[in-house]
Design a protein around this ligand. Structure first.
Ligand code: GAP
Length: 437
């Protein structure tokens, strides 16, 4: 297996562009910083990530309900939640030649890393994007693009409780876009200004939250591994005192070993009753829960596992990327798990002759009912295999002239490159077995 080296991120960025996973937003106008568009293959991978998260966190559980709250909310939400006052990062300006802005807590030393100039005093910069609701652009019309989906869950706590059969402990899950006017960006889709989050707010009895925190840390690490991330590239790191968000009693990050070092993939926080208490105080509405067994009334404590779709996407691609020497040539391959791969089976007629393409099309349409398939008849078979390796398709089914006689096809395995002949009547079962589904 070839060593990929420190340029792994750039290599991946170029593959993502070349193969249609990720494009720069508004590229024909020079792009916009830290905002990306996801192309045909990127969309497929992201949908799988979201679907697998939803299945694990909602569909396979009795104790979690789903929610889709709006991105725009009454601005008082952000005053109550503390985001207006506290959701900020320390900013410094270069007072030398380049006037660049930096996140103070990301700097080593007291000079501008770009031009060596002196730096301004630190000031807090709020990360929320502001806009106006309605036709008037004055202070009374200011609204914010949500920086987390969690607040939509807290303000709907009583609605969900009152309309579902849930009792504490239970959770509310949400997937959606969030926006952060990050000061320093970079590292591709790692730190975005428009991002997508998958969040669970888990409501439990006060005093029980430490136990649930441990439970969710273990569950979430297990989930990342189940997607195919290597255990040695994942670790749990408790936050130090200075690192915790304004709402957190305690928190840990699930970190991934990115090419530039360990960094956050998922955050898990003990939010106590901070958010419900603040919304109760500011709205004047009773947000307490009544225990049906004891009649006791209390504000539940919250444990929150929160992960970005974008960071999961990046970690999966980085972990899967490989370059191998095959007969003196470099083969680029994404060893993606079949459950996240954009396509699971590629169907490739050996040539463009109608007698082959007709059979291949029929084979592909049959398989499409059960698997994510791609039909490809362009270019030489070698080039088509190379493309499927590069986009991580676990199986390629080749229809050749012998197929017309023996009613069998060849299955090629992406990882071992091993090829086996399979009768058409066993093809679906064989694909299912190999894909583990
Ligand atoms: N509600 C909890 C919360 O917002 P967070 O640790 O700030 O916690 C949760 O964010 C997750 O969202 C992170 O672990 C990361 O995966 C993702 N995330 C946060 N900011 C991001 C950004 N600017 N770009 C991409 N993903 C981001």
């Amino acid at each position: 297996m070839a060593e990929i080296g420190p340029n792994r991120l750039e290599t991946l960025v170029s593959l993502c562009k070349r193969r249609g996973f990720v494009f720069q937003s508004s590229e024909i106008y020079g792009g916009i910083n830290a905002v990306y568009d996801f192309g045909p293959l990127g969309v497929r991978l992201r949908r799988r990530i979201r679907d697998l998260w939803w299945r694990e966190m909602v569909d396979l559980r009795d104790d979690v309900e789903g929610l889709e709250a709006a991105i725009l909310m009454n601005p008082t939400v952000w005053q109550a939640s503390g985001h207006l006052a506290n959701f900020s990062d320390p900013l410094v300006d270069c007072l030398g030649e380049c006037h660049q802005r930096w996140r103070a807590d990301h700097l080593e030393g007291d000079r501008c890393p770009n031009c060596g100039g002196p730096l301004s005093a630190v000031r807090q910069f709020n990360l929320m994007f502001k806009t106006f609701i309605g036709p008037l652009e004055d202070e009374s019309a200011v609204v914010y693009l949500r920086p987390e989906t969690a607040q939509g869950i807290f303000v709907n706590f009583k609605n969900v409780l009152g309309t579902s059969r849930q009792r504490v402990p239970f959770g509310i899950a949400q997937i959606g876009r969030s926006f952060r006017n990050e000061i320093s960006t970079g590292n591709f889709v790692f730190r975005l200004r428009e991002l997508e989050m998958m969040e669970l707010e888990w409501f439990c009895t006060p005093g029980d939250d430490a136990r649930w925190f441990d439970y969710w840390c273990a569950e979430r690490i297990r989930w990342h591994q189940s997607l195919g991330l290597k255990p040695e590239h994942l670790r749990l790191r408790p936050h130090g005192e200075g690192e915790k968000a304004h709402y957190a009693l305690a928190s840990s990050d699930i970190e991934y070993l990115y090419p530039w070092g360990w960094a956050e993939l998922e955050g898990i926080a003990r939010r106590s009753d901070y958010d419900l208490r603040r919304h109760q105080e500011v709205s004047g509405k009773d947000l307490q829960y009544t225990d049906p067994a004891t009649g006791q009334r209390f504000l539940p404590f919250v444990v929150e596992p929160s992960v970005g779709v974008d960071r999961t996407f990046l970690a999966l691609l980085l972990d899967a990327y490989d370059e191998e020497e095959v007969r003196g040539e470099t083969r680029v391959v994404l060893h993606l798990s079949p459950q996240v791969a954009p396509f699971q089976v590629a169907v490739l007629p050996l040539s463009n002759k109608p007698e082959l393409t007709q059979v291949a099309r029929t084979v592909e349409q049959e398989l499409r009912r059960r698997f994510a398939t791609e039909y490809d008849y362009t270019q030489s078979i070698g080039k088509r295999y190379r493309r499927q390796d590069e986009i991580g398709t676990p199986l390629a089914v080749t229809v050749d002239f012998d197929t017309l006689e023996d009613h069998a096809v060849t299955i090629r395995d992406r990882d071992s490159m091993e090829q086996v002949r399979v009768p058409l009547e066993h093809l679906e079962a064989m694909c299912a077995e190999r894909l583990g589904q």
